[in-house]
Design a binder for this molecule. Sequence first.
Ligand SMILES: *Cc1c(COP(=O)(O)O)cnc(C)c1O
Length: 425
Amino acid sequence: MNTSTLSGHPFVHYSGAKLHVEGVALETVARTHGTPLFVYSKAAMLSALAAYQRGFAGRHAQICYAMKANSTLGVLQVFAQAGCGFDIVSGGELARVIAAGGDAGKVIFSGVGKTRAEMHQALEAGIACFNVESEAELAVLNDVAVERGCKAPISIRVNPNVDPKTHPYISTGLKGNKFGVAHERTLATYQRAAQMPGLRIVGIDCHIGSQITDSAPYLDAMDRMLDLVTAIEAAGIHLEHIDLGGGLGIDYNGDTPPPADALWAQLLAKLDARGFGQRKLMIEPGRSLVGNAGVCVTEVLYLKPGEQKNFCIVDAAMNDLPRPAMYQAFHRIVPLNAHPNRSAMLCDVVGPVCESGDWIGRDREITAQAGEYLAVLSAGAYCVSMSSNYNSRPRAAELLVDGDAVHVLRPRESVTSLFAGEQLR
Ligand SMILES: *Cc1c(COP(=O)(O)O)cnc(C)c1O
């Protein structure tokens, strides 16, 4: 049978006319499990991780999966079993790491608004590092650690002021962003931290943005970080590790980000040239590990031709796939059954939610008829983890495909569970 993979999605392919994830025909699982349905390829996750591992071969490095991209326990388990640590942004995420069998000792805690309760929880669990984002947070963390009679391991997140040339909502390393400590304040902040009895300085951190498709911003950030490391160490403060964050992009629509191993070959060459080749490295990739490992299968409910626009109304919506509504993001949409001889209708693919912002794709050529299925590609990152119950819609089911095997990671939510905790007075 004729097999063709989709560019950027090595584990998603048509076998004959039917779309598969690894060895599993999506139409079969859609009929069994219903739609909307998220299907993830384990091999795709491990292959994305392997590109980083190749890049770091022979180096002292820890990959911490930025789990806000997809925090489903079964996804965390894949990365925990492959040796990953985790980059968390809340106490809830820490609880998920532990529930998935992850190692708290490989957890780093990012975020501008950590609460005292979250600091206690993370110190109790024994995490590897707090990435502190302000001088005010430093003082509170010191206080909490002193109260507990321990020392909190810290890095300071630097805002290196480099432009990652991505969408403004996912650019985090520019002066006007809320993230990190200003480049110019970094040394003074480290000197302040060094005086605090409840803190132990272990590293330095930055994260410049997301969906970055060029290596130049990383090389700039690395240079600026190494300048700071030099200045901080000249002041007598040793840094065990350098954390360059996450942010590497994926192919949504013909995007061409550098492969992780190629990017790190460039970055490591710079580290070596500047004499930091032996330093421990940390990274926090999210999207690039899971984004193209997942698809969302949805059923076409109605075709609605109009005078100005045609609509293809599907059963997935902005509560399942929030990225188009939030960032005007693009997801490829392909049929589960290829019909090369059918004529296509140019239409907007939209969900049932009562918002004009509820669209999944604009001006797409759609061949599917009502009752047939579509797959929304690149749905492994920032979809389910950002999903909601808006319009009292139960969250979709999630499956993990491993070769020919299918594992349910999360059954579809029931409607009654949505209001199970609510009370009438
Ligand atoms: C979101 C985030 C990441 C991961 O970003 P990706 O673009 O998904 O790789 C890494 N570090 C921090 C601090 C983040 O907030």
